[in-house]
Design a protein around this ligand. Structure first.
Ligand code: NQM
Length: 348
């Protein structure tokens, strides 16, 4: 390790993370996670001694390698490195970092570029196997990062990356119900790629357009959200969720800027500056199916308002099953080289 470890830093969607080839990391998960804590600078809420940015959205890792599945070009393992605790969790995936997986796979030679775009078929290996297809702009056989697409979460335009998710087999309602009552509040538990609990803002005594900082400063609200989450987790088949990052809680209210629905999302203890990609797909599925806490009949396009703008999700549903979803993201290579982990054990 004294020679450094190969790593690319990328903005993926509205998140930022460290991307590694699986072959550049230890195969043993405990050794890998210990190394990642030392690379990212955890446990320390500022992550001053590592690459992490002191927030869940900037403390993310993508591990990418060739896929053994004929349906995919690459496997993508997502790991959330918790800033202030010595915890690395694979309990969720991340659709924002996924945006960078296609470009990274091309840059590292795992997928040969075509012109003008290169399709990259990704097998998302955690928390359960699912697939995504990305279309990366590669006009002259190289990844093109610059472009005109502006995506809420960053004000800088970049080249679009189209991402499509085929649907799953089962219902998007993991409890088997369109509404449930947890901690005295009626909610909809939905999983169309990310487990999310949908709650009406009015049922939590808030407006739903507060800033993330205001929501994070509201101790009563945080307590209520956590109480809902801890009851929802086992009912959603996630077990005891005290130490994991799922389910997320999306608080819904009427749109303010011409969108379909307004959201504020606890992920689960900080409030997202925007909204996660698969989190948004889950919200979109939840609002387009009848009988949920907020059912809104309408087109396949769902415009989700969030603290920094809005996010368009295409959702095609077949009853309570998601047939297909699609989003447009951007990603950018920020740095490529070697990273040096701090010495010793992460918790030592
Ligand atoms: O839901 C943050 C993010 C995410 C996850 C989170 C994500 C997704 O914005 O697919 O992208 O919800 O923890 O990166």
């Amino acid at each position: 390790m004294s020679d450094g470890i190969r790593c690319m830093q990328m903005r993926g969607g509205s998140s930022k993370g460290a991307y590694f080839l699986a072959s550049d990391l230890p195969a043993d998960p405990a050794d890998r996670d210990d190394l990642l804590l030392r690379i990212m600078g955890s446990p320390d809420e500022r992550q001053i001694d590592g690459l992490g940015g002191g927030h869940p959205l900037t403390s993310k890792v993508a591990v990418v390698g060739p896929s053994a599945d004929p349906e995919a070009d690459v496997d993508y393992l997502f790991l959330q490195v918790v800033p202030d605790r010595a915890v690395v969790t694979d309990a969720q995936t991340c659709g924002n970092l996924l945006a960078g997986v296609g470009p990274f796979a091309i840059e590292r030679g795992l997928v040969a570029p075509l012109a003008p775009t290169t399709p990259v078929r990704v097998r998302i290996v955690n928390p359960t196997v699912r697939f995504a297809e990305e279309r990366v702009r590669t006009p002259d056989g190289r990844v093109r990062y610059d472009g005109d697409t502006v995506m809420a979460g960053t004000s800088f335009p970049a080249a679009p990356i189209d991402i499509a998710f085929p649907g799953g087999e089962g219902s998007v309602f993991p409890t088997g119900h369109r509404t449930d009552r947890f901690a005295g509040v009626t909610v909809t538990a939905v999983d169309a790629g990310m487990p999310v609990v949908l709650v009406r803002a009015v049922d939590l005594g808030i407006e739903g357009d507060e800033s993330p900082a205001t929501l994070e400063a509201n101790a009563d609200l945080r307590e209520k959200v956590e109480a809902i989450r801890l009851e929802a987790g086992p009912a959603m088949g996630l077990g005891d969720v005290r130490d994991t990052t799922v389910p997320k809680i999306s608080i819904l209210s009427a749109p303010r800027s011409g969108g379909t629905i307004a959201t504020r999302t606890f992920i689960p203890h900080r409030v997202h500056a925007a909204i996660g990609v698969l989190g948004a797909v889950s919200v979109a599925a939840g609002v387009r199916i009848s009988g949920t806490v907020v059912s809104l009949a309408g087109e396949t396009l769902v415009r989700i308002e969030h603290p920094s703008g809005s996010f368009d999700v295409g959702v095609e549903l077949d009853g309570t099953t998601l047939a297909r979803s699609s989003v447009v993201r951007t990603a950018r290579k920020l740095a490529d080289g070697l990273v040096w982990p701090r010495c010793g054990k992460a918790t030592g």
